[in-house]
Design a protein around this ligand. Structure first.
Ligand SMILES: Cc1cc2nc3c(=O)[nH]c(=O)nc-3n(C[C@H](O)[C@H](O)[C@H](O)COP(=O)(O)O)c2cc1C
Length: 194
């Protein structure tokens, strides 16, 4: 997987090298590695330093819980069950300090998850995030209390052989990674101003 950057100043290799595989090897992911990922997440910035992120995870060795997490996924994400670990990210939707809605909660879960992804890259691991799962069922099955919402799921492991995937997953795995050009995303001083 190569990433084409638009700038003469190099993007950090951790950012360049991160991508989301669908094929995973059978290699296990250790508790120690997962702890390193969640530790990276823990140090993300957040509104009012609320740290509204929570994670529930299972390694493949913890068969029962791993299968429970796997059962939350939509069929199109079944490839994730080959990964070494699965997790659900969760947002605390109200501020600790006054109970008012924290409109930045999902934003901050995303920031924490971004840290987690880069730490995974540093360890030679890959994480594929998924919105395709049943969040209501996650809440019920995993005992997530009121005031918390399941945000996304992640598959963690080592990138495997794309040839092991059925179509159309194989084609997606081998397709070049694409991004919108900066000019569509970034404006100077005013909307759509170059
Ligand atoms: C919040 C979120 C939800 C996603 N949901 C899915 C999903 O359900 N299934 C899937 O195959 N990929 C999912 N992805 C992965 C994206 O498709 C992927 O990150 C994007 O195509 C860019 O590819 P890259 O991560 O390899 O750079 C999701 C990513 C994010 C951040």
């Amino acid at each position: 997987m190569t990433t084409v950057t638009e700038n003469s100043i190099a993007t950090h290799t951790l950012i360049e090298n991160r991508w989301s595989p669908r094929a995973f090897t059978n290699d296990p992911v250790s508790e120690e590695q997962l702890e390193a990922l969640f530790e990276a997440a823990r140090w993300a910035p957040s509104a009012m330093n609320e740290q509204p992120w929570r994670f529930i995870y299972a390694t493949k060795e913890d068969k029962e819980v791993f299968e429970k997490l796997g059962s939350l996924l939509v069929e199109g994400n079944n490839w994730a069950k080959n990964a070494g670990a699965l997790f659900v990210s969760i947002a605390k939707t109200k501020y600790d300090f006054n109970g008012s809605p924290n409109k930045h909660a999902w934003h901050d879960v995303g920031l924490a998850t971004g840290n987690l992804l880069l730490q995974a890259t540093e360890l030679g691991l890959h994480v594929h995030l998924m919105g395709g799962f049943d969040a209501a069922m996650a809440k019920q099955e995993l005992g997530i209390p009121d005031g918390f919402e399941a945000v996304a799921m992640g598959a963690v492991g080592y990138a495997g052989d794309p040839e092991s995937l059925p179509e159309p997953l194989k084609a997606r795995e081998l397709a070049p990674r694409k991004r919108k050009p900066l000019r569509e995303l970034v404006f100077k001083g005013q909307w759509e101003q170059k």
